[in-house]
Structures are given as C-alpha cells and as structure tokens.
Design a binder for this molecule. Sequence first.
Ligand code: IMP
Ligand code: MG
Length: 369
Amino acid sequence: MIQLHDLQFTPYISEEKIMNSIEELTVKINDDLKGEKPLFIGVLNGSFMFATEIIKRFDGDCEVSFIKMSSYEGTATTEEVKELIGLKEDIAGRTVVVLEDIVDTGNTIEVLIEKLQEKKCKEIKIATLFYKPEAYKKEIKIDYIGISIPNRFIVGFGLDYDGLGRNLTDVYQLKSDNNMTNLVLFGPPGAGKGTQAEVLKDKYNLKHISTGDVFRYNIKNATELGTLAKSYIDKGQLVPDEVTIKMLSEEVDKNSEAKGFIFDGFPRTEAQAQALKVLLESKKASVSAMVALEVDDEVLVQRLLERGKTSGRADDADENVIRNRIKVYYKETAILKEYYEKEDKYFGVDGFGEVPEITSRLSKVIDNL
Ligand code: IMP
Ligand code: MG
C-alpha cells in the first residue's frame, strides 16, 4: 500500500501487464500506419510515460509533439475543460495519433478532437493506455485501447493524484470502501453478537471495534481521551459523542491494514450514525451495512437466564431486568434501523439456531455487499 497526500492506494496493475498491453497496441499501430509519417501528439502531463513507450516502438518515421489540456482536480472530474495549448505544428493534411494516458468521461478527448478537426488533418487516431467504459459518455471512437478498467481512480505510470504518483511504474487504485467492509453489528442482549463478531472478524479479516472495550482500554491506560471520558463518567454524565468518535477514529487509524471494521456498541443514536458516516468519509470509506441479529424475545430470555446461572452477571439473573433490557434495545435501535433502511443498508438476519448456521446467514449478507 502507498500513501499520496491524504489517500491510500493499493497495487492494481503491474508494470509487466502494462508493457504487454503496450506491445500489443504498437503492433496494431505499426500495422495501420505502415508507410505513413504520423505526428504523435502526447496529451500532457499524464501521457508522458505511455507516449514514450509507444513512440519508441514505432517502426517508421514520425514526429512528436505534446499538448496540454487538463480537466481534473483531485479525484473528481470537473466537467470544465481547459484550452488546448502547445500545438505549434501545422497539422493540415497529416495523420495524427493522439496519445492519452486515460479516457474517463471523454470530456477532454471530445474537446481535443474538435479542436484538432478544425485544423483539417487528414486523419486522427486516438490511443489511450487506460479506458473507463462505465464512465465514458461520448460517441467518439477510441481506436487503440490498452487496458479497460472499472470506474476507479488510479495513479501511476504517468497518472497522478494531485500532482503525486506519476513516477510510479506500477498502477495503484484508490483504497476505497469498494474493498472495505464496514459493518455496524446489532443484536439484542443474548443474540450471540459477540460470538458472531469473533467469527466474522477472522473470516473477513475485519477489526472488531467494541466501543465498551475501546473505552475501557483508554481509561485503563489513562490516555488523553480516556481521562477526558472518565471525567464525564465520574460526574455521572454521558461521554460526549465527539470524545467517543475521536477514540473510534484512533482505533480505525491504528488498523489501517484491516479490510474493514465491525462496529459494536456504536452508533446508538442518529447523531452518532451521522458522526460515524463523517468519520468514515474522512477515511474514504463508508458503512457497508447494519446487520442485526433477530431473535425471538422468549428465546433471548431463556438464553440469558441460562447464561446467568453460570456467568454470575446480575443483569442476567432477573427475568424482569432481562425483558427490560430487550425492550430498551428495540427502542434504541428502531431509529437506527430506520436510518440505515433509508440508505438501503439494513439487513436483519435470523439469529435462531446453531452458531455456524447463523454465521453462514451473516456471510450470505456480507458476500453480497
Ligand atoms: P475525462 O475528460 O473525464 O475523460 O478525463 C480525462 C482526464 O482526467 C485524464 O487525462 C486524467 O488527467 C484525468 N483522470 C481521469 N481518470 C483518472 C484517474 O483514474 N486517475 C488520474 N487521473 C484521471
Ligand atoms: Mg490526461
């Protein structure tokens, strides 16, 4: 994994694969342009590496020029396309091969081709190293395509994120929530949430973040946030969301290699759900799903009373206390259920049965995310 500015990128396409596709492209270009003396026009800055590799492999005579026409800011296309600059050659009557590093929406190439056509060249061919078919919205035919990729943001081999990454010879993709699974795990007391979290965390290489554990850790180690949290707890007050979120944020940062997180015990309110959303967005991620284990109340009561016989937990011994805890759970989570349902992210899973059976139901949901 590499870091450029604030974002992380993971290896995606090797230099070897890129070179192989360039070899194939040049065979076609050499074939098509036999006997011609084309003008290769590289579109700066991104195409410098690709242009070099193509031009090096051209068999006959050719000329080389570079132009500039940038339409990007950060990782989002800005629709607005700038002017064509740098073309000094008279291209009337000539065969031109435009060399692009990547064609995304096609905005850049469309304007570029329009400008070149005004100059009355004989023929314009377009070659691009990368192409995003899902993002492409134009009619113009791309004559030579190196590698088609899904709609992802990539860097390397000339392509940049905010100026960085152009020198990388392999291509990397933005580490986004596409390859992260962030679960908000819910379940009434006795639903087997802890057991399932343990299994899922190993199965999917996730980090289990139990808010209770995070609090206890920070308080025990008297971290700055832990001490702050304790000052509220000692006064019998609720710990403000900002403090909790900061602790969770540190926990997420500590585990940047994880494939995702299981949030357990948080969020409890809509405001917290919103705060979690903001936290994950700042890490270019999002909640993938709220997964709630659903178990019949009577089953829960029986399970907890059974557990109470051995656990020694006072709150597991009294049936009324148990029923009340279950009631509180449903009251609390109803709002969150609604919140995540609106985002199409709520998944109720039948929590009745053997542990592996329930895991396989949960896995079905996770695998389909
Ligand atoms: P289009 O106008 O949307 O086709 O975008 C073309 C330009 O956007 C390219 O020349 C790049 O400068 C930039 N671009 C598009 N996708 C990416 C990407 O995944 N990584 C880096 N730059 C990109
Ligand atoms: Mg470009």
